[in-house]
Write a protein that binds this ligand. Structure first.
Ligand code: 8YV
Length: 328
């Protein structure tokens, strides 16, 4: 019996290809580079499945050019790079990798928010530059995290995990804005309160953005929204570039419209808006919120298991378009 041919489109733990090779003919990207669209289409010829990440652009044109594809498995929770409706229309199963990264990503979001509030990166650069000569009462004074109002935009699994850290660990009153309200039994232990978006912006001392990117969340935070925030507030974005208007944010930071920002994601990353690189009151990290060895391994293995399951005719663990699955 001929074995299915599949593609591992990103350089990843060797365990992924090793596991997949037990079942399939595997072609893998063994270099730490992204394949461009044409290269991806070329490599996908004859492949029934592919292991991807959140950076491969999957749209109707690519799918039409790769007619053998039956399943695409991403090792990411976010999938704004994938046209899921186009996958569904072509009968291609698409799976993502939720849950396994929730706590790790929340740890990072909280750490980035704290680094932002307490000016850790800015003061470290100062020290490394040999500028530290004496103690001063106002040297790198920042904002308290404990007891401050934590505002969360997007209250999915990661938002709730951040709320838990704030409410239970740091005594922070939690307010949030989300399309839908949490069930009362989820709100109660966190003391979390749903508020309108404007109220969230006006009241938050530390605003953390965890809303997925879509046409409706594009520039959800722009100049008008930043203008509503307290001048002492911080903003942390661990969601996706494009949810925040980076140019407007850079202006707000330069004008001290808000105190500081922490950004792990950027519009057009890995490019970073040049104005953000010029302002001192922003902590910049290269999209690493889920980056612990244990969690990245879990994400990769979940994506691998999803791929194997679909190609062996079993239901995947975390399908995004389960309606495509044929009844056994
Ligand atoms: C990943 C992420 O690092 O899961 C996501 O949506 O943004 C990150 O955890 C990256 O996207 C891997 O594909």
């Amino acid at each position: 019996m001929t074995r299915h041919a599949i593609l591992v489109a990103r350089h990843i733990f060797p365990e992924v290809s090793q596991r997949l090779a037990q079942h399939f003919e595997v072609e893998a990207n063994n270099a730490p580079i992204e394949w461009g669209r044409d290269e991806l289409i070329r490599r996908l010829q004859g492949k029934v499945g592919a292991f991807i990440s959140s950076t491969e652009p999957i749209d109707a044109t690519l799918l039409a050019a790769c007619p053998d594809l039956r399943v695409l498995s991403s090792m990411s929770v976010g999938y704004n790079n994938v046209d899921v409706a186009a996958c569904t229309a072509r009968g291609v199963v698409f799976t993502n990798a939720p849950d396994v990264l929730t706590e790790t990503t929340a740890d990072f979001g909280f750490a980035l928010m704290m680094a932002t509030a307490r000016r850790i990166a800015e003061s470290e650069h100062f020290l490394r530059a040999g500028k530290w000569q004496r103690w001063a009462y106002d040297m790198f004074v920042g904002a308290d995290v404990h007891g401050a109002t934590l505002g969360i935009l997007g209250m999915g699994r990661i938002g709730q995990a951040i709320a838990r850290r704030g409410a239970l660990g740091f005594g922070m009153p939690v307010i949030y804005h989300n399309r839908s309200r949490l069930a009362p039994e989820l709100e109660a232990p966190l003391g979390a309160r749903w508020v309108a978006k404007d109220e969230l912006l006006r009241q938050a001392d530390h605003l953390v953005i965890v809303v997925p990117y879509s046409a409706s969340s594009h520039h959800a935070i722009g100049a008008a929204e930043l203008a509503l925030m307290k001048s002492s507030a911080t903003l942390t974005n661990i969601a996706r570039g494009g949810v925040v208007d980076d140019a407007a944010l850079a202006r707000a930071l330069a004008d001290r419209r808000i105190a500081a920002a922490g950004l792990d994601v950027f519009e057009g990353e890995p490019e970073v808006h040049p104005a953000l690189l010029q302002v001192p009151n922003v902590v910049l990290t290269p999209h690493i919120a889920s980056a612990t060895i244990a969690t990245r391994m879990k994400m990769a293995m979940l994506a691998t298991d999803n791929l194997i399951a679909v190609l062996q005719g079993r239901p995947p663990l975390t399908p995004v378009n389960p309606q495509v699955l044929k009844p056994a």
